[in-house]
Design a protein around this ligand. Structure first.
Ligand code: ATP
Ligand code: MG
Length: 211
């Protein structure tokens, strides 16, 4: 049954892509809220392999990011984690994520979930014009990034029915700030799930150079 208790002819699947370095409660609220509003049956979290827009940055190794995502989502029966992006060699492009999940789940309607900042970059994505046929896009509000239907620059090339904007409860949390806090010895409790706090500490993830 779906989030609102329906049985759909075609499963409705959300896809939450991200670097998840680390996953935090902002990601989880975004996925949960879209699942509710769009009456999704499941949300698949997809940690990126090599993120295309972070090539000049140090990114934690994929297995750690994958495991933190599993830990953070394990208790929710509607949430799962896919390895498609971390197992595909090379840079991660959303078009490839969509093609892989489409191939695995040809029966489903796909909803790609993205925050305001990422949506603003949307036309830079590889094969952007092909993405609209593979999934419906849901852009969620994020504190610090403008996004209302008037001011958000959904580029004019994007078909008007391909992208929705959804206001969600505001959580001013970013992975960048979690890394900075961990590095500085400041608390990250309640910004990320408890298991992720413990995973970061156990593996000393952001103790070194990285913010
Ligand atoms: P970083 O600071 O390293 O870029 P991040 O917090 O932006 O990390 P990402 O893994 O880059 O997290 O984001 C994955 C997706 O989640 C993106 O579409 C992003 O816009 C969205 N997102 C991240 N944080 C929030 C938040 N607090 N509220 C809503 N959406 C968010
Ligand atoms: Mg980001």
């Amino acid at each position: 049954r779906s989030a609102r208790g329906h049985v759909h002819d075609r499963p409705r699947i959300g896809i939450m892509g991200g670097t998840f370095d680390p996953i935090h409660n902002g990601h989880l609220v975004a996925a949960s809220e879209v699942a509710w509003v769009y009456d999704l049956d499941e949300v698949i979290f997809v940690p990126t392999g090599r993120p295309v827009f972070k090539q000049n940055k140090v990114v934690t190794n994929p297995e750690d990011r994958y495991l933190m995502t599993v830990i953070a989502t394990a208790a929710n029966p509607r949430f799962s984690v896919s390895r498609v992006d971390i197992e595909r060699p090379g840079i991660t492009y959303t078009i490839d994520t969509l093609r892989d999940i489409r191939a695995a789940r040809p029966d489903a309607d796909l909803f790609f979930i993205t925050g305001a900042d990422a949506l603003a970059e949307i036309m830079k994505w590889k094969d952007a014009d092909e993405m609209w046929s593979l999934a419906h896009f849901v852009g969620v509000t994020r504190p610090g990034y403008a996004m209302d239907t008037g001011s958000l620059d959904v580029p004019s090339e994007v078909p008007s029915d391909a992208v929705d904007v959804l206001e969600i409860p505001a959580l001013a949390i970013s992975s960048t700030d979690i890394r900075r806090r961990s590095h500085a010895g400041e608390p990250v409790w309640y910004l990320v799930p408890d298991g992720v706090v413990q995973y970061i500490s156990k593996h000393g993830l952001y103790a070194g150079l990285g913010v």
